[in-house]
Design a protein around this ligand. Sequence first.
Ligand SMILES: *Cc1c(COP(=O)(O)O)cnc(C)c1O
Length: 362
Amino acid sequence: MKYKLMTPGPTQVRENVRMARSLECTNPDLDEEFVEFYKETCEQISRLLHTKNEAYILDGEGILGLEAACASLTEPGDEVLVLDNGIYGKGFGDFVTMYGGRVTYYESPYDEALSADDLREYLKEHHNFKYATLVHCDTPSGMLNPVEELSCLLHEYGIMTVVDSVSAMFGEPLDVDRGQIDIVCGGSQKALSAPPGLTFVTVSKKAMEAMENRKTPIASFYANILAFKGYYEQKWFPYTMPISDIYGLRQALDNVEGDKDIYERHAKLARLVRDTVTGYGLKLYGKNGYSNTVTVFYVPDGFTAEEILHTFREKYHIMIAGSFDVFAGKLLRIGHMGENANEADVRETLAALKEILDSHKN
Ligand SMILES: *Cc1c(COP(=O)(O)O)cnc(C)c1O
């Protein structure tokens, strides 16, 4: 392999996941054993996310989950609250608008985690929303939001919640039922460490009922969560399932489930990265809310982001990431989630960073 991936997704993929993807294929439309396998895999997702809500695996990468949640819940004219303290946070507004919803952006500084106290104050005056969107870890800035607490608050006002935890789940603890989260979106290629290509959602009874009781049909086929309802009873999927991708996903879920200190390890390595990077004199992005899945810091003085990324790739065969949108060229990111979260690779990455920084000091 050419590069060691230390990016905040896609992440390294373990050999047993790659092997699982090469297993012999059946016809997933006709083989009832596959329907059982799919169901068990969905139940495993629900179990790992601590929810009684049903999960569905959809054939498309992480973004499809976000779009499917918005497409399935939004009816033209619906009022939707978009919690915006990052690029993905704000981006939800585009999906809501696309399906005819009316967006209210709750804007909050990008360099601070959303504050439950501030949201509580805001909701006293403004709570006429069908649902709200939130991001767990806003990956371009590495900002971690207290989504369980925020979602509980919204729930008190009868506002359903859609949470993008694509780059947090399985690296940061998430208890969906404790947070009373109606729809959680995840992806295969972040802390779960399967290749990109799959998304999955857990859906509460309330959200399912909202989809069933719509006055207008869901304006999408591929992004229609309701199309999966009753698949098990009917032994029927809305489209042919990507069987090899799901075999890989299942192995990746088994890897997570068998990893008893997964959250402690993410926390420990994230602390190591933050302490080391600041010890090198670099500045972390943000005043608080550092996610244990990714560390984000400013491009050091005297360097460009491209120069550092290039040296990492060409001299050390390690891939770290820059950032994008309003952060393009300003921030660098080390992804230490999933299979990347091992001490040897983290230390190797930090040592390379040190050498690159020292190379300019003469
Ligand atoms: C990665 C990611 C997604 C999925 O988008 P990609 O196009 O696969 O990068 C969605 N939300 C967040 C917060 C992510 O980090």
